[in-house]
Design a protein around this ligand. Structure first.
Ligand SMILES: Nc1nc2c(ncn2[C@@H]2O[C@H](COP(=O)(O)OP(=O)(O)OP(=O)(O)O)[C@@H](O)[C@H]2O)c(=O)[nH]1
Length: 306
């Protein structure tokens, strides 16, 4: 028998800005909360260049996760400054700010500077100490105390984003803190990023994973053509923009072997994302000042900063 006298639990919906220094594990956390890969993860810092929303659900709550680019102090390059701006823009007006710290690294200059800035903001905030799988317990408690002295957090959580340890508890705590509100997105939607942007991100992830040294920071990927074919497949043309002609050989590899491998892995990832066959065409193009090009910013969802 259905009990018609008790009111149904009201829906909740709100935004949670995930902030922290580069490499703290923000993208891994967003993916763990969503339960599917929406943000690209890499051991190299500054992988996240744009503001992404991962959408997670927990009971009657819809969590809109704003995965901000790592906030860091080097603000010399325009691209760096655009990323810092995107990070703080993402936090503006959020229902909750979640500060993520790599517990293994401790509180270095960057997390300290972010927390000092957070202390002056009005949004409610919680602290998440990540990477507990590789951090000694006594250190965790000392870190929590130290962080809360710099900026008083409403709550502190201990998690390992990449093993899922502490994630269910964190997820329900986040859900409980969101305001009562109808959901903003349909329930099967996981991200607000367009497929074109996600496809470019997947290829960029392969550049990060397969190329070493400084090149990935000097490269970006743009989706230039997207053709839906009658057989249900999609043909995608992407440009890999590099800054110097000398970098071309690195991306191509011996006899084109590197670009082939990048293309094969990226194609499989995009195909999985779209749930249909993909033909991927990669073109390497030198564009010296791509980091100063407004069009690249627009396509990556970043605001241009002067
Ligand atoms: N041991 C361990 N490693 C983790 C954990 N969470 C993330 N990592 C690793 O830490 C590295 C950085 O993770 P990301 O999620 O890309 O970090 P981010 O904060 O989004 O980095 P940016 O995009 O540079 O801002 C990756 O190699 C992850 O696999 C964790 O709980 N434990």
């Amino acid at each position: 028998m259905t009990d018609t006298t008790s009111p149904a639990t009201p829906p909740r919906c709100g935004s949670i800005a995930v902030v922290g220094a580069p490499n703290a594990g923000k993208s891994t956390l967003v993916n763990a909360l969503v339960g599917q890969k929406v943000a690209i993860v890499s051991a190299k810092v500054q992988t996240t260049r744009t503001r992404l929303i991962g959408i997670a659900t927990e009971g009657t709550a819809q969590l809109l996760l704003i995965d901000t680019p790592g906030i860091f102090s080097t603000t010399r390059r325009r691209l760096d400054r655009a990323m810092v701006k995107a990070a703080w823009d993402g936090a503006e007006g959020a229902d909750l700010i979640a500060m993520v710290i790599d517990a293994k690294s401790g509180i270095k200059d960057e997390p300290r500077a972010i927390m000092e800035a957070l202390a002056t903001r009005r949004e409610p905030r919680i602290l998440i100490l990540n990477k507990v799988d590789i951090t000694a317990k006594p250190k965790l408690l000392a870190l929590a105390a130290e962080a809360n002295e710099i900026c008083a957090f409403e709550e502190t959580y201990f998690i390992a984003a990449n093993t899922g340890d502490g994630i269910p508890e964190l997820k329900s705590a986040l859900a409980a803190r969101l305001p009562e509100s109808p959901w903003h997105f349909p329930e099967d939607q996981l991200s607000d990023t367009t497929s074109r942007m996600m496809a470019a991100e997947i290829t960029r992830e392969q550049l990060y994973n397969q190329l070493h040294a400084e090149l990935p920071y000097a490269s970006t990927v743009e989706t230039e053509k997207w053709e839906e074919r009658r057989d249900g497949s999609v043909a995608i043309h992407q440009q890999i923009l590099i800054e110097r002609e000398t970098q071309r050989a690195i991306v191509l590899g011996k006899g084109g072997s590197r670009i082939k491998e990048i293309g094969a892995t990226a194609r499989a990832g995009i195909s999985e994302l779209l749930g249909r066959p993909v033909h991927l065409f990669l073109h390497v193009k030198v564009k010296e000042d791509w980091a100063d090009d407004r069009a690249v910013y627009r396509d990556s969802g970043l605001d241009w900063v002067e």
